[in-house]
Design a binder for this molecule. Structure first.
Ligand SMILES: C[S@@+](CC[C@H](N)C(=O)[O-])C[C@H]1O[C@@H](n2cnc3c(N)ncnc32)[C@H](O)[C@@H]1O
Length: 227
């Protein structure tokens, strides 16, 4: 299935939401094409870049593709996730999928983004999609802004700075609901001995690695004590 395929009439995603998702995917693809033409090997350096200062983190979509979006939407929908937390929202493409699923369950999404102008654009996208009431974007370092996330997290999506996956998860672990889903993007960027991978490889999680046409994710089910 090509990354560029439209998200088609995915049941449960309203036309207004779909239109914004398609518009933003197209803008993200266009940006990738433009950047690859000028700096083809830039992607390799992503894990070593500082999310606060690097040009890519300040201006890049760095977004999931439609396959990953449908995957997140399906996970959240099947879990009937009412409390969804996202580390790293960028311009809000993943947030749109998560919010569409949260709306169906009567739930909400707490997103997070360090750069204020990106958070502003993510909010505008959510507003265009009619999802402002469902999803908020907290601005600043997620290590602080997500500290008071509510207990009972059904789905945690990790997509911010890769070296912070574990610190963020450790902060939020006491708030995970029973059998909560923890999804991490860019698993293909993590070394085999990465401490986050070691953590979700312990007996307190059931973890799978999902390979997509573009990159890989980990999907973990929390088997520890519920909040
Ligand atoms: C890969 S992009 C997220 C893409 C987004 N999830 C999507 O699919 O549309 C990572 C984003 O996380 C943000 N970020 C990284 N570390 C962060 C932190 N500690 N706190 C808040 N935002 C952070 C970056 O600024 C960047 O915009």
């Amino acid at each position: 299935m090509p990354q560029t395929m439209p998200i088609i009439a995915t049941p449960g995603i309203e036309p207004a939401v779909r239109a914004v998702i398609e518009r933003e995917h197209e803008a993200a693809f266009a940006q990738v094409r433009e950047r690859r033409a000028s700096a083809p090997r830039e992607r390799d350096a992503l894990p070593t870049m500082d999310f606060r200062t690097s040009e890519r983190h300040r201006t890049g979509y760095l977004a999931i593709g439609p396959n990953q979006g449908r995957f997140l939407f399906a996970l959240a929908l099947s879990r009937k996730a009412r409390t969804i937390v996202e580390f790293g929202s960028s311009f809000g493409i993943s947030t749109l999928y998560l919010a569409a699923a949260a709306k169906a369950a009567g739930g909400r999404v707490i997103g997070s983004e360090y750069h204020p102008h990106k958070a502003g654009k993510a909010r505008a996208n959510l507003s265009d999609a009619g999802l402002s009431e469902i999803a908020e974007i907290r601005v600043g370092d997620a290590r602080e802004t997500l500290l008071d996330a509510p207990a009972g997290i059904d789905l945690l999506f990790l997509d911010g700075a890769k070296d912070l996956y574990l610190p963020i998860l450790e902060r939020l672990e006491p708030k995970l609901a029973a059998n909560a889903l923890v999804v991490a993007d860019n698993a293909d960027h993590l070394d085999d001995d990465d401490p986050f991978l070691a953590h979700i490889g312990t007996g307190r999680y059931v973890t799978s690695r999902i390979a997509f046409a573009k990159g890989a994710m980990t999907l973990s089910v929390w088997m520890g004590e519920a909040s």
